[in-house]
Each structure stands twice: as C-alpha cells, then as structure tokens.
Design a protein around this ligand. Structure first.
Ligand SMILES: [Zn+2]
Length: 448
C-alpha cells in the first residue's frame, strides 16, 4: 500500500493537536492528503468554502458517484483521530478500488471544511454549504471568535479566501468550483466513536468490530430569561420571594430529569449548560431579580425537536408558577436528527458478515458532516477508540482503522459493481443493545 497510516498519525503519541479550520496547520495536513490523492491519479477540486475533493472515474464510467470523507480540522488542543480517520480510510479505500475489477463509477475522497465549531462558533460549515444552508451573508457575519475577543475581526470570507489562494499557489492543477459536488449517489464516513461502547465490546470479545451509525443526532438549543423581583433577603418571607436564580435551579433539575428519561428511551439527552445573573450586584442581602440560562438538548429520531420543545414549555410553566417569576425563551437552533440509509446499513452489515467482522448498531449523539452531505443514500461507521474525543487523549489503533477500510472496500465494490444485489437481512453477530430511535425514511429524504 502506498497509503501508510503512519504518514498521517503518530500512534501512541498524545500531544495536543491545534489544526484549527483554515489555519496553516490545517492547510499543511490537507496538502499531505492531496499529495496522496494525486499519487492515486485523482483530480483535485476545491470549492467556495474550502471543501477539497479528489475524484477519479474507475473504468471511465462516471455515472455512479460515491463519496467517502470526513474532516481534518481539530478543536483547540484536540486529538489526532477525530476527523482524519475518515479521510485516510477514504484514501485507502480508493487505492484498493483502483486495483479491483468490476467497478464502475466515480469515486470521490472528500475533506469537508471546518467541521469543528471552535474557530467560528458554527459546526460543519463545509457540509452545510454543500447542503445549501450557508448563505452569502453568512460568509461576512461568521467571524473568528478568539480574534474578536482580541479586538480583531476575521470573517469567514477572509479566512477562506486566504486559504484558497494558498492551495491555488501550492497545488498543481487544483480546480476551483462552486461546490465540490451538488449531490452524490452514496456518501460514507468513518469516524472514531466518541464514547467507549465499541472499545468495551472489543475488550470482551477481542474480535474486529465496527459501529453502524443508524442516526446522526442534532441539537436543539434554548436560551431563557427569568424575570423575578429584587427584594431584601432579610425582610422578604420565603413564600413572597420571586427569586430568578431559584427558577434556574428548578429548571436545571427538571431538565436533568427529562434528559435522563430521553436517554433511557433512546431519544436523546439534555442539560442546562450555563446560567448567569447579569445585573445582580453580588451582595448577600439582595434577592436576584433577573437570571439567564442555556439548555442543550441532544436528540435522535423523528420529530424529537418539537417534542422536546413542548416538554420544555411544560417545565417553564411549572417553574413560573412555583417561583412566581416570568420566563421567556428563545430557540437558538433547532436541528433535525438524520436517520441514515437502511439500505446502506444492511449492506454494511452483510459486508461485515462476509469479512468476519462484528458490528453494533448505534447512534451518533454528536453532530457529524454526514448529517448534511447531500446524497441519495448516506451513512457512517464508528471504530473503537479510547479517551473520548476533542482532547489529546483520544486514541485508536491502526488495526481498527484498517477494519474500517476493509468494510468500505467491500461495500464500495458492491455499490460500484455493474449490478446491485438486492436487500438482504442483517446477519451480524452482535445484536444491537441500544434502544433504537424510530426510523423515518421521509426525514432522511428531506436532507438532500
Ligand atoms: Zn469529527
């Protein structure tokens, strides 16, 4: 193989990675990937938001398109594997497919730009752009958050423009397009798991395994203001108090209970993530009249965002009554969880059986590029990892990455074969031990 994992990962090393989107570190890593794409004979394109794609027609029949990719940017002080694993698995799969007979179609290895929200406060910019949900206005209104704190404004437009110029200057034959693609037939992504479910399973059985992601979660985020009444803590009886901070405490408790219930039924999870009391003078003797809070709901499955907002409204009404305060809420974001392609998941399960690889069907609570990529059929897989993600401790093994490649090679050969086999039933070894979100094919259609 000319694609060596050691060229992209330092296995066993746990140094912080600072490959923030559109920075020189980000560019340098992408250039390494591009060099390999070019060695494989791929044509390189870059688009208006900085997504990068290596394309190759296998046996000169471009009709069917398969994209395999992920992101290579990181958070501040992140780890090596969250993101790049999916891109390098794409490269390895491409190399294998180019040597295989009976494949027909265009293979694309994609690096989606700016998946992490660390720099610009907005996640999955590259894949959202492909979906059409980043507007021209966004290019000017989205700014580097840290630079803003230092009094300097760097807009997304400016960061992307410098970045594209660098690639145009340093990469031979790179072509600039509006979008690296409008829609592909199939989209695949491999990613490290972000909690240690697979790792535990691997410890038990020591057998090669992957997670088949049945649903990519989405966040509903709510901000709220509590209006109470300032009063003297000594002279105001308990039952007369309109304490804004008390209200946030009740909300936090109830949201935690709701989150635990949602998690139990496989619907999502929730927590109060921040509270503040602007305006309070910090003295012991004053009842706070105003407080603000933020809630983050992580959801899976169909129609969950409306349901959770209704549940939160019930909480709000109960707390208002209990604390005699007035609570107003603002929904900051309301994403729709995405159900991945059942057809692809079944094919992956079959590929696993063929290769003697175990699998677990599991959701991704975290948002992922796969949630936005415009594809007729899309899905993703997880590989076992330790140390969570978004920190230098995140870690996986070479053999786990190779397992993902093996699965994608087997699946891609089937997808790009002249004729498809029809749907077959799951016959994997490990049964799903997680509650499943209800599937909704219409929902996944909507994300096109
Ligand atoms: Zn990631």
């Amino acid at each position: 193989m000319s694609i060596n994992l050691e060229d992209f990962f330092e296995f066993g090393v746990k140094e912080p990675i600072n490959r923030l989107a559109y920075t020189q570190e980000d560019i340098d890593y992408k250039i390494k990937v591009i060099e390999k794409m070019q060695e494989l004979g791929m044509k390189i394109t870059i688009d208006k938001i900085g997504n990068i794609c290596g394309s190759i027609s296998i046996r000169n029949n471009p009709k069917r398109t398969l994209a395999i990719g992920s992101h290579t940017d990181s958070v501040y002080n992140g780890g090596q594997y969250d993101g790049p694993v999916g891109v390098i698995v794409g490269l390895q799969t491409a190399e294998e497919l180019l040597n295989s007979k009976n494949c027909n179609g265009t293979l694309k290895v994609a690096i989606y730009a700016c998946e992490e929200s660390s720099r610009f406060g907005n996640a999955c910019l590259g894949s959202k752009f492909l979906k059409g949900s980043i507007t021209e206005k966004d290019f000017d209104s989205i700014v580097d958050r840290k630079e803003l704190e230092r009094g300097k404004t760097i807009t997304l437009r400016q960061a992307v423009s410098d970045y594209i110029s660098y690639f145009k200057e340093h990469v031979k034959d790179i072509e600039e397009l509006d979008k690296i693609f409008d829609e592909v037939d199939y989209s695949l992504e491999a990613h490290i798991e972000q909690y240690e479910l697979l790792k535990k399973e691997y410890k038990k059985n020591k057998q090669e395994l992957i997670g088949i992601v049945n649903s990519v979660g989405s966040a509903v985020r709510v901000k709220y203001d509590v209006q109470g009444k300032a009063d003297h803590t000594g002279s105001t009886p308990m039952k007369k108090r309109q304490n804004a901070v008390d209200a946030t405490a009740f909300i936090g408790k109830k949201v935690r209970k709701l989150g635990k219930f949602y998690e139990k039924i496989g619907f999502g999870r929730a927590s109060q993530v921040e509270i503040s009391t602007p305006g309070h003078n910090g003295s012991f003797n004053q009842i706070p009249n105003f407080a603000q809070g933020m809630i983050d709901f992580r959801l899976l499955g169909e129609n969950t965002s409306d349901k959770v907002l209704k549940d939160f409204q019930d909480i709000q009404e109960k707390v208002e009554k209990k604390t005699k305060t007035k609570i107003t809420t603002t929904v900051v974001s309301k994403g729709n969880p995405v159900i991945t392609s059942k057809t692809l998941n079944t094919k992956i399960a079959n590929a696993c059986s063929k290769e003697d690889i175990s699998f677990i069907e599991m959701p991704s609570y975290a948002g992922q590029d796969t949630g936005y990529i415009p594809a007729k059929e899309k899905t993703m897989i997880f590989i076992p990892s330790t140390g969570g993600s978004h920190n230098p401790q995140e870690s996986t093994k070479k053999k786990f990455i190779e397992t993902a490649t093996k699965v994608f090679v087997s699946l891609s050969k089937e997808l790009l074969a002249e004729k498809f086999k029809d749907k077959q039933a799951y016959s994997g070894k490990i049964q799903n031990n997680l509650p499943k979100p209800k599937s909704n094919e219409k929902d996944s259609d909507k994300v096109k």
